[in-house]
Ligand binder design. Structure first.
Ligand code: HEM
Length: 429
């Protein structure tokens, strides 16, 4: 990094003028020094009070989702186009450090949800800027940042073992699991969604940077959904198998249903989780090459739905009711009993809220095949009663198993929403 006269003059002029996007990008050019700073350096910059620079393009309120609220955003929020998921491991044993981290993350997340630069943009050419800069000038793009803690957060390090929710269980092994350590677990899980991938990446990158000295990335996964095109806004996206994915989800506008299916309640045994939800993440690789060789008839029988319309087999429209009792002329169920929908639905009494994204992580070098699939994410009020029994059934009998393999897994207790002035996890910490 240079601090010659030329640069110092540039610094002086920045002090006199309002900061423009170009200035911000120029300041970002000295960011390499950030690697040399310890946690206290980042904390000092980040913690400095002052007006955070609003250098994002003027964001319309439609493009913004409020960070603060009764529930965390990103759960019942209509799914945005992109996902950046990250699991972190804490490297500190101090609960006070965890509180500090969660406070700093809260402040940064609230700013990023508004499309603002995080922290105070410093004009010191000898220090790295507080924000990494790549989202400068971009809209907030409906950014949501959703935080949860995994079972390992409640081990002996922080004295929180007695606070671990009974519903935050370690998942049992399921039929067909081929889990790989590199895509499993995490003390903390962060789901970032946005309608711009650069904005989503920026959020995780800055959270990781703020965490320096307190937490490190354990694994990440990017995801996407089909966007735009001729489909009407809000149409069900298609997964990489070409089928509409999300049709049978419970209606997120039905508050009573959400209280039943998604939100932990104060009477559920863990009062600090009331208004929160349990997130299950499964990295599921799809053997797309095998799928692409199967006939349309087999593909539809695998899901129990028609590919084009998304309707249940034997029906016309996507949202026609799923009638598992309907038979063909030979008396065979129209929707095969081992189809994905028949098994996942069962008698309809157990529901989850799915919020999955397709992923493509390049090629599997060992086989020359795509490493592509679904980062399955679901929210439920009690994983023991909802996700687990569902996946036990699917793992054993689902016709879909011929084409998929679960290779990553994690569970997180996602905190209730943060009140303004509060911080992530304050009901627990
Ligand atoms: C790569 C893996 C998966 C793919 C490609 C996939 C795809 C689909 C598709 C196309 C549908 C029909 C349309 C819809 O209702 O959304 C569906 C339904 C459903 N899936 Fe999956 N799924 C996968 C894994 C899972 C897993 C792991 C679970 C939970 C353990 C699950 C639970 C459900 C449920 C609850 C439904 C709705 C059933 C209903 O009530 O109609 N899926 N899935």
């Amino acid at each position: 990094m240079t601090t010659d006269n030329k640069n110092n003059q540039a610094g002086d002029s920045i002090l006199e003028k309002p900061i423009s996007r170009r200035d911000i990008l120029r300041l970002a050019g000295v960011g390499g020094a950030g690697l040399l700073l310890g946690a206290s350096g980042v904390g000092a910059i980040f913690g400095a009070k002052g007006s955070s620079a609003s250098v994002a393009a003027k964001a319309s309120s439609e493009d913004r989702i409020e960070f603060y609220g009764k529930h965390q955003a990103g759960i019942t929020t209509p799914a945005q186009d992109f996902l950046m998921f990250a699991a972190f491991d804490l490297t500190t044993n101090s609960i006070d450090d965890v509180r500090k981290l969660f406070k700093a993350w809260t402040e940064a997340s609230a700013s990023m949800a508004k499309g603002e630069m995080i922290g105070e943009v410093n004009d010191n050419l000898n220090l790295p800027p507080a924000d990494t800069g790549e989202a400068a000038g971009l809209n907030p793009s409906k950014t949501t940042i959703t935080f949860g803690v995994g079972p390992s957060f409640f081990d002996s390090r922080f004295g929180l073992a007695s606070k671990r929710p009974a519903a935050l269980v370690d998942l049992p092994a399921f039929g067909g699991d081929e889990l790989r350590e590199e895509w499993c677990g995490g003390d903390i899980g962060v789901q970032v969604n946005a309608n711009d991938m650069q904005t989503a990446f920026h959020a995780i990158r800055n959270l990781a940077r703020i965490a320096r000295g307190k937490a490190v990335l354990r694994w990440t996964q990017e995801g996407f959904q089909r966007t735009g095109g001729a489909d009407p806004k809000g149409a069900t996206p298609r997964n990489l198998m070409g089928f509409k994915d999300g049709t049978g989800n419970p209606d997120t506008k039905d508050e009573a249903l959400m209280n039943d299916v998604v939100w932990a309640q104060s009477g559920d045994g863990t009062p600090w989780m009331a208004g929160g939800s349990y997130m299950v993440v499964r990295r599921i690789r799809i053997r797309v090459e095998v799928w692409d060789r199967s006939t349309l008839g087999d593909q539809e029988a695998t899901f129990g739905r028609h590919r084009d319309s998304g309707a249940p087999i034997g029906s016309k429209n996507e949202f026609d009711s799923v009638d598992l009792a309907k038979k063909d002329e030979k008396g065979k169920p129209l929707i095969p009993v081992n189809s994905h929908v028949a098994l996942a639905r069962g008698n309809g009494s157990v529901k989850i809220l799915r919020r999955s994204y397709s992923y493509s992580s390049g090629m599997d070098n060992r086989t020359g095949q795509f490493d592509a699939g679904l980062l399955f994410i679901c929210y439920n009020r009690d994983t023991r009663k909802q996700f687990i029994p569902m996946q036990q059934k699917l793992g054993q009998m689902d016709a879909l198993n011929e084409y998929i393999v679960h290779n990553g897994s994690a569970v997180f207790a996602c905190f209730p929403g943060v009140r303004e002035g509060g911080y992530i996890g304050d009901t627990l910490l």
